[in-house]
Design a binder for this molecule. Structure first.
Ligand SMILES: *[C@@H]1O[C@H](CO)[C@@H](O)[C@H](O)[C@H]1NC(C)=O
Ligand SMILES: *[C@@H]1O[C@H](CO)[C@@H](O)[C@H](O)[C@H]1NC(C)=O
Length: 356
């Protein structure tokens, strides 16, 4: 079953500690839905898992883009044409994409591409130049390439999502190249990056993830990352000698500062050694250097016993084996906890309201 509602519209929200400003849509869902509802079934769509829903979404969007809800009722829809939604202005603001039942999913059937050796297909979802938005309560499954990318966006929140990809590198979960984005409570199962933050001007600490990986990618000396805390990472990595659990690699021309790695206890699934690598990164914890002067350096620390506090708690939805790349990947239920013993910041949308 697929159901998702899409909202754009016409109000100011929470500021979060580690962000540089408010995130999320600026108008409530109810205000938008009281304003106008554009149901894709009124624009030629049929929930028969055959008729292309793309043109109907575009038409519904055009009718509601000045404010309202684009509504996709419960059912299975096929998407054949890629849907590009452009607001009246050059960019979109005040946008919310979510499944009100938390059961909505986009199945990318990426295995059809991967089985033929291609890893360069489409992304399932891309937001570009969108500000004041949220994406939540959706599952994204088996993307031909990346599952979700955000570029040149700002003031966004991404949460309560499940992302499942094929068992290959390059099939990333969430790629972020944006400002002031809060990503939390997202389950990613894949073999590429889970959440990756790419180079863009980030003058302030602007991206925070919980229970995900932040992998700063820095070229030249144009980008500086600072004031990032990594806390309470517990679990295992498959081969810590070959690919250790900590690698903080910053540009010599722009060393990272004020980093903190604490309560970190990961250990190998096989072997008896793991490495921590730090490159021009300053702060406290692991191999970070705690100095006022920020000269270039590179260090690799070999760790030969499990860190104190190490545990690898399991969760009900843990998988016993990876998905391959040549058969369909089932749509997961969005979990109600994304880390052992941790309650998400917000309940699933499907638990908050019983009506679609
Ligand atoms: C780091 O971020 C925290 C949380 O936003 C903020 O309170 C603190 O002032 C920042 N520290 C520096 C050195 O910018
Ligand atoms: C929808 O169609 C696709 C492609 O033919 C098929 O693989 C999938 O199983 C169908 N979904 C349902 C729920 O029937």
């Amino acid at each position: 079953m697929v159901l998702f509602s899409l909202a754009i519209g016409l109000a100011p929200l929470l500021a979060t500690a580690q962000l540089s400003g408010s995130v999320g849509p600026t108008t409530s869902f109810s205000t938008k839905s009281n304003h106008k509802v554009c149901n894709v079934l009124d624009y030629g769509s049929v929930a028969d898992n055959l008729t292309d829903v793309g043109p109907a979404i575009s038409s519904a969007w055009n009718e509601c883009k000045e404010g309202g809800i684009v509504y996709i009722p419960s059912g299975d829809y096929a998407v054949e044409t890629w849907v590009t939604l452009l607001a009246a202005a050059a960019h979109t603001t005040d946008f919310e994409l979510f499944s009100s039942t938390s059961k909505g999913a986009v199945q990318g059937f990426g295995y059809e591409f991967h089985a033929k050796g291609s890893l360069s297909g489409a992304r399932i979802l891309r937001l570009a130049d969108v500000s004041g938005f949220s994406v939540h309560d959706l599952a994204l499954v088996d993307a031909p390439a990346f599952h979700f990318s955000l570029d040149t966006c700002s003031n966004g929140e991404v949460y309560n999502m499940a992302i499942r990809g094929g068992d290959s590198g390059g099939l990333n979960g969430i790629d972020v190249w944006s400002n002031n984005i809060w990503i939390h409570d997202v389950e990613v199962t894949n073999k590429g990056e889970c959440v990756t933050v790419k180079a863009m001007a980030m003058p302030t600490p602007s991206t925070s993830t919980r229970n995900g990986a932040v992998c700063p990618k820095v070229d030249g000396d144009g980008v500086q990352l600072n004031n990032i805390t990594t806390r309470n990472w517990k679990g295992t990595e498959s081969n810590g000698a070959q690919r250790g659990p900590i690698k903080v690699s910053c540009a010599n021309g722009a060393p990272c500062t004020d980093l903190t790695i604490e309560d970190f206890a990961m250990w190998v699934e096989s072997g008896d050694k793991q490495t921590y690598v730090c490159h021009s990164a300053y702060g406290s914890g692991a191999c970070l250097r705690d100095e006022d002067k920020h000269a270039s350096y590179s260090t690799t620390v070999a760790v030969t016993a499990a860190p104190s506090g190490y545990s690898a708690a399991t969760m009900a939805s843990d998988l016993s084996s990876a998905f391959g790349t040549d058969s369909p990947i089932p749509i997961p239920a969005i979990p109600t906890s994304f880390y052992p013993g941790v309650t998400p910041y917000g309940a699933l949308a499907g638990a908050r309201s019983s009506s679609a």
